[in-house]
Design a binder for this molecule. Sequence first.
Ligand SMILES: [Zn+2]
Length: 113
Amino acid sequence: MHELSLCEGVLQVLEENARKQGYQRVKTVWLEIGALSGVEVEAMRFGFDVVTKGTLAEGARLEVLELPGEAWCMQCSITVAAKQRFDACPECGSYQLQVTAGEEMKIKELEVE
Ligand SMILES: [Zn+2]
């Protein structure tokens, strides 16, 4: 389950930030997850609870903000909505799409004390 290693990555960022900014506890994490990132939100929630046990983020709330996917269609020369990777262009049916948004996963905001 690669979500588990993603959660470990998130925890690492939280711990690094805690050293830099001097907070003791993380209460809420707002995580942006792109629709095309391949990350499963439920697996992320489960993994987050597992990896944060006994850390500064134990019991923290995980708020997930799902970002819509976007792709550039080379045929139409426009940006179209992409619900999944390797979808065809909804306008012309072409598969010559370049994903431009929705592949990322990042921490947007933290509530700490
Ligand atoms: Zn198109």
